[in-house]
Design a protein around this ligand. Structure first.
Ligand SMILES: Cc1cc2nc3c(=O)[nH]c(=O)nc-3n(C[C@H](O)[C@H](O)[C@H](O)COP(=O)(O)O)c2cc1C
Length: 185
């Protein structure tokens, strides 16, 4: 069975290293896996008054994409030792009823930052968010891409071989995890 994955990057920046990391993952997929990248650029700021009137179409579209996919892959930057507001905001919207698609969703996380720790602190916050939203986040491997500015070329291609290798390992682990969670193995 082929595993379909939706990828989300927690950055809206044109030259985002995290979006580039997702593009690298889409290139490095193992046989039997596909990755489609979904944008969060148009997601409005969460407002419970707006939510009470019904789920906005762009949020519904993202929820539907995640629900239809077998697994989720999140690439997060680190802002002030945590996940960027745009990512938290998107998660807040899609965590709402009806039918929050994160519940029970096999999920892998990774992240790139210009600091040496490569989003360690942001990823542990993301794991904490995953507890309440009930995402089933894969524990290992942990993919922390530090000094990202040295690991991509000018076109945004990931050129650091150890990073390419660990992303490949993450995707294989996500495939196994998804099959295990779905009862296929
Ligand atoms: C508001 C803000 C806070 C930041 N805080 C951190 C931080 O806590 N740790 C870190 O390693 N990098 C931090 N950075 C630098 C980011 O790692 C860097 O901007 C990175 O390129 C963002 O990811 P992107 O390339 O996907 O947009 C911060 C950047 C911004 C704009």
């Amino acid at each position: 069975m082929s595993i379909s994955v939706i990828g989300i990057a927690g950055s809206l920046r044109t030259g985002s290293f995290n979006m580039a990391l997702l593009r690298a993952a889409a290139e490095l997929v193992p046989i039997g896996m596909t990755i489609e990248i979904a944008g969060i650029d148009s997601i409005p700021l969460y407002n419970a008054d707006v939510d009470a009137l019904g789920t906005p179409a762009v949020v519904q579209e993202l929820k539907d994409k995640i629900r239809a996919a077998d697994a989720l892959l999140i690439a997060t930057p680190e802002y002030n030792y945590s996940v960027p507001g745009v990512l938290k905001n998107a998660i807040d919207w899609i965590s709402r009823n009806p039918d929050p698609p994160l519940t029970g969703k096999p999920t892998a996380i990774m992240g790139a930052s210009v600091g040496v720790l490569g989003t360690v602190r942001a990823q542990y916050h993301l794991r904490q968010i995953g507890v309440f939203t009930n995402m089933l986040i894969l524990n290992r491997p942990e993919v922390f891409v530090g000094r990202a500015q040295e690991k991509f070329d000018a076109s945004g291609k990931l050129i650091d071989e150890p990073t390419r290798k660990i992303i490949g390992d993450l995707l294989i682990a996500l495939k196994d995890w998804t099959n295990k969670v779905s009862g296929n193995q």
